[in-house]
Design a protein around this ligand. Structure first.
Ligand code: PXL
Length: 263
């Protein structure tokens, strides 16, 4: 499968989280790099966007030669990069052949803004209609749908509003829903709601959790799981990874799938 994502030099989130997750799921990961972040456990210090033509070249090179069963997007750092990926999807006819998970990365888990308003518009207008699944957290729901999710009713309202933008499925993640004791993720296909409820793991070392979830879901789709089962797998996976998260440097550490390496 293909991940289209940014590099995190701290090794916690982004492309590095995707590659780690997919390797453990037995999925060969093709990688189109969208941005290089200068980052450590304390924060994002710098940023270099990969030119859209090079993003397009990477996608086209691997899709036309190797082929994909599924794909995910992580950080798409500008409107131009979002439009480029959407253009590749339409041009290569991928919407029909490979499920696309769009993780609408808008801010880091430390709250640092990573996208400007034009890029948010491009996500909504160009990419969401091509997505099999979008996986916003509650900060991203606020930025993308203008809805403040505070309880299960507003979580359902947000899922409907985001579904209206065109993705086949929406997963409104509940990890940041502080009004309830657990972490309820709500999946919606325009007709039915599926709730994926798990214990909230209050681990400060949660860098890369969202990327790990969307990579695990996309990896499960690549293995042929139907969407609700793929989301259930991803939710269980990221919960286990939060349980084993470890500290790094002087700031925030990262989620870990070391449980997978025990015999
Ligand atoms: O976790 C979201 C994310 C994704 N991709 C990159 C990031 C981050 C958060 O910092 O740096 C490259």
């Amino acid at each position: 499968m293909l991940t289209i994502a940014g590099s995190d030099s701290g090794g916690g989130a982004g492309l590095q989280a995707d590659l780690r997750t997919l390797a453990l799921l037995g999925v060969h990961a093709l990688a189109a790099v969208t941005a290089v972040t200068v980052q450590n456990s304390l924060g994002v210090k710098g940023f270099h966007e990969v030119p859209p033509g090079i993003i397009e070249g990477q996608v086209e090179a691997v899709v036309t030669d190797i082929g994909i069963q599924a794909a995910k997007t992580g950080l798409l750092p500008s409107a131009a990069s979002v439009e480029t990926v959407a253009g590749c999807w339409r041009g290569l006819g991928l919407a029909e052949s490979a499920p696309l998970v769009v993780d609408p990365v808008c801010a880091s888990s430390r709250g640092e803004a990573l996208l400007d308003p034009a890029a948010l518009d491009a996500l909504r207008i160009e990419l969401f209609p091509l997505a099999s699944l979008i996986t916003p957290n509650l900060d991203e729901v606020r930025l993308l749908a203008g809805i403040e999710v505070t309880d299960p009713a507003s979580q359902r309202r947000a899922a409907r509003a985001l579904h209206d933008l065109g993705p086949r499925w929406v997963l409104v993640k509940g990890g940041h829903l502080r009004s309830v004791p657990r972490s309820p993720d709500l999946l919606f296909d325009g007709a039915d709601f599926h709730l994926f409820d798990a214990p909230r793991i209050d681990n400060v070392n949660d860098h890369g959790a969202g990327d790990t979830l969307s990579a695990a879901v996309a990896g499960a789709l690549a293995h042929g799981y139907p969407m609700p089962e793929a989301v259930g797998f991803g939710k269980a996976w990221v919960t286990a990874c939060l349980n084993e998260a470890y500290p790094l440097g002087g700031g925030r550490g990262t989620v870990s799938a070391s449980f997978r390496l025990r015999t």
